[in-house]
Design a binder for this molecule. Structure first.
Ligand code: CP
Ligand code: NVA
Length: 308
């Protein structure tokens, strides 16, 4: 039996574990592309709990579990007892007695911490206000596929210091690369909120163009994340100059790629020219959610598996 392990934030895993996961992802993806069945999680059940909307996360986890031979059950706050005040600790006790792995998309990180503390099975963070580790797992795998090792490289983050940004900062520490962050005044990174206490892997820039200079990967995200809709109007004004455009891509490394976790808003955080342009790898990035999460679920449920 494998030791109980959760994936609640990027720094929960070591660099060695990521190296293993990226190797497994490659293997699982190649097998899938050859239409070869692979069912290591036959008869296992994934429960997915969504307290916020999703397209990619639901689809990639549900399809991924099916492809690994198991099944997935979707719960949301609207039609489960979670939306009617059942304590998360009680829900964790019950749900984890009937499943093999659980994924939650919710608001505060504290909610998944409390679930994990009461769960008998591995728990995966499918996005919280603070972090989105599965997305950065896919993003880094995508970078490796296109450009090789990320160690020593520079990622430019333009926009909100949100869950994606926080997770990039954690990843930079674990995998030893640099992040240049540029946010509007008042939206700067708070290292403690990002789960960092002293780091030399990131630098803040007032000017987004400066942040993009020489970057190997330029990335951004929505100006208003889920749960922050009440701030939308003031954010639209504050973020107007933090739109990734051709000028920003032109000062980046000539081989730079553009990423966005999606959904995107053309004309807000990124121009159509950039997201639909030659440097954009957003569709590979989205697809890789499927492959990395299959490797992640396999690892959490079965532990390390030898690559044949
Ligand atoms: N990138 C991402 O997590 O997308 P969804 O919100 O559609 O799941
Ligand atoms: N930062 C965004 C990511 C969506 C996938 C949000 O939290 O809404």
């Amino acid at each position: 039996m494998t030791a109980l392990k959760h994936y609640l934030q990027f720094k929960d895993f070591t660099r060695e574990e990521y190296e293993y996961l990226f190797e497994r992802t490659r293997w699982i993806k190649d097998k899938y592309k050859r239409y070869e069945p692979y069912h290591p999680l036959f008869d296992r059940t994934l429960v997915m709990i969504f307290e916020k909307a999703s397209t990619r996360t639901r689809l990639s986890f549900e399809a991924g579990m099916h492809q690994l031979g198991g099944s997935a059950i979707y719960l949301n706050t609207r039609d489960s007892q979670l939306g009617r005040g059942e304590p998360v600790e009680d829900a964790a006790q019950v749900i984890s007695r009937m499943s093999d792995v659980v994924m939650i998309r919710t608001f505060e990180q504290d909610i998944i911490e409390r679930f994990a503390a009461n769960s008998r099975v591995p728990l995966i963070n499918g996005l919280t206000n603070e972090y989105h580790p599965c997305q950065i797992l896919a993003d880094i795998f995508t970078f490796i596929e296109h450009r090789g090792c990320i160690q020593g490289k520079t990622v430019a983050w333009v926009g909100d210091s949100n869950n994606m940004c926080n997770t990039w900062l954690q990843a930079a520490e674990v995998l030893d690369f640099n992040v240049h962050v540029s946010t509007p005044p008042g939206y700067e990174v708070e290292p403690e909120r990002a789960g960092l206490y002293g780091t030399d892997h990131f630098e803040q820039f007032a000017d987004p163009l400066e942040a993009c200079k020489g970057a190997h990967l330029v990335t951004t995200d929505v100006w208003t994340s889920m749960g922050f809709e009440a701030e939308n109007e003031e954010r639209m004004k504050a973020f107007a100059d933090w739109c990734v455009d051709a000028e920003m891509m032109a000062v980046a490394d000539p081989q730079a790629v553009f990423m966005h976790c999606l959904p995107a808003h053309r004309g807000e955080e990124v121009t159509a020219e950039v997201i639909d342009g030659a440097q954009s790898v957003v569709w590979d990035e989205a697809e890789n959610r499927l492959h990395v999460q299959k490797a992640l679920m396999e690892y959490l449920v079965l532990g390390k598996v030898e690559t044949k």
